[in-house]
Ligand binder design. Structure first.
Ligand code: DMJ
Length: 431
């Protein structure tokens, strides 16, 4: 169910940046003529925001063409009912079509237009979902002149509810599940990978996008990173630095592929850290990126698994059959791109090139690229799926890794969590 055309919209800015004019025009025509926003069915607030709104906004800023702005604003308005909760923390799922009906009537906390994921504990909202709205929503306010978007995205931390600042954080860490009704944590699972990841990313990027004015976001980022360093950053017996997950006080010595974005984020944050942290964070970013590179080089395909572990004698390798797949994810090359731009150490380009070759060798199929089911075999089978983030992120970050620094300069742009560039904001739209 839900919106169609994720690949077309996620790829728009990549096509534009790569100067693929014909393909871009074809995609634009699809947006003009065939993109239907009134679909009845389940849509993820988070995915609609990062892939569709992010993609449309970035394309608007790059091209100045009104159609992209208008569609982004229209979609943004359709997401607003999800924020209708006692705490202002939005629910994860929304129906963009007919109001008052939904496909899963048995689901909890239904209010007719939005509801919580069936799989998330007790009707909770997810940190990486409600914490990944700020960049796009501030731009929606700026472009529409309507502050409602900025207010909604800011409420969890800054606005009247301010739940995130009030709620007690175990050891300063942010668990991944929060009740949008009571504003308390529903489970004590902390992760810088899936379910947590882009919450941290949007704190530092909100501050950067506000032209360094959103000091609250910066402080939350600094404090969160301090807690992560203290409680989750570990070194393996073989000398590899990694970020573990935390389950109610017990460490799970596992890093998801998703967590590999953190090398880039920490490197970006380090440039703006206080003197005493700067060098330490630069080193941490380089070490994590190197560990993620190890997860690639230790496989037969030279592509990394969905998750790798540091237990039972294992180092940066998947130990479970269910974690051996690679679905064209971008996080490792994303970190290479940031580390290259910030250090200009040639190894990051070499590592990126290894990925290009591995993708060509193992993932290229007749009609595009496909994920693979097992990175630890030289003859992997394909999963016959090309995720939309492959065009939005993986290929864009690889392209930027080999461009000059002034192509989407980090001085002028922040990338949303789906790699859609948004301009650094010089106005005052912060709630
Ligand atoms: C992307 O949709 C985004 O980067 C998101 O933040 C996490 N997962 C995928 C890519 O792996």
């Amino acid at each position: 169910g839900g919106l169609r055309g994720a690949t077309v919209i996620d790829a728009l800015d990549t096509l534009y940046i790569m100067e693929l004019e014909e393909e871009f025009q074809e995609a634009k025509q699809w947006v003009e003529k065939s993109f239907d926003l009134n679909v009845n069915g389940e849509a993820s607030l988070f995915e609609v925001n990062i892939r569709y709104i992010g993609g449309l906004l970035a394309t608007y800023y790059l091209t100045g063409e009104e159609v992209f702005k208008n569609k982004a604003l229209e979609l943004g308005e359709k997401l607003l009912p999800a924020f209708n909760t006692p705490t202002g923390i939005p629910r994860g799922v929304i129906n963009l079509g007919r109001q008052g009906t939904h496909p899963h009537p048995q689901q909890l906390f239904l209010d007719g237009m939005s509801w919580s994921w069936g799989w998330a504990s007790a009707g909770s909202s997810i940190l990486a979902e409600f914490g990944t709205l700020h960049l796009e929503f501030l731009h929606l306010s700026e472009l529409s002149g309507n502050p409602v978007f900025a207010e909604k995205a800011s409420d969890p931390r800054a606005g009247l509810p301010g739940v995130l600042n009030r709620v007690e954080k175990p050891q300063g860490l942010y668990p991944n599940f929060l009740s949008p009704v009571t504003g308390s944590w529903v489970q004590h699972h902390v992760s810088i990978g899936g379910l947590g990841d882009s919450f941290y990313e949007y704190l530092i990027k909100s501050w950067l996008m506000s032209d360094k004015k959103d000091s609250e976001a910066k402080k939350m980022y600094d404090d969160a990173l301090e807690a992560i360093e203290k409680h989750l950053v570990k070194k393996s017996a073989g000398g590899l630095t990694y970020i573990a997950e935390w389950r109610g006080g017990i460490l799970d010595h596992k890093m998801g592929h998703l967590a590999c974005f953190s090398g880039g984020m920490i490197a970006l944050g380090a440039e703006h850290a206080q003197e005493e942290r700067r060098q330490r964070h630069r080193e941490l970013a380089a070490e994590i990126t190197s560990t993620c590179h190890e997860s690639y080089t230790r496989s037969d395909t030279k592509l990394g698994p969905e998750a790798f572990r540091f237990d039972a004698g294992s180092e940066a390798m998947a130990t479970r059959l269910s974690e051996r797949y690679y679905i064209l994810r971008p996080e490792v090359v994303e970190s290479y791109m940031y580390l290259w731009r910030l250090t200009h150490e040639p190894k990051y380009r070499h590592w990126g090139w290894e990925v290009v070759q591995a993708l060509e060798k193992h993932c290229r199929v007749e009609s595009g690229f496909s994920g693979i089911r097992d990175v630890y075999t030289t003859t992997p089978t394909h999963d016959n799926m090309q995720q939309s983030f492959f065009l939005a992120e993986t290929l864009k970050y690889l392209y930027l890794l080999f461009c000059e620094d002034d192509v989407l300069s980090l001085e002028d742009w922040v990338f949303n969590t789906e790699a859609h560039p948004l301009p650094i904001n010089h106005t005052d739209f912060r709630a």
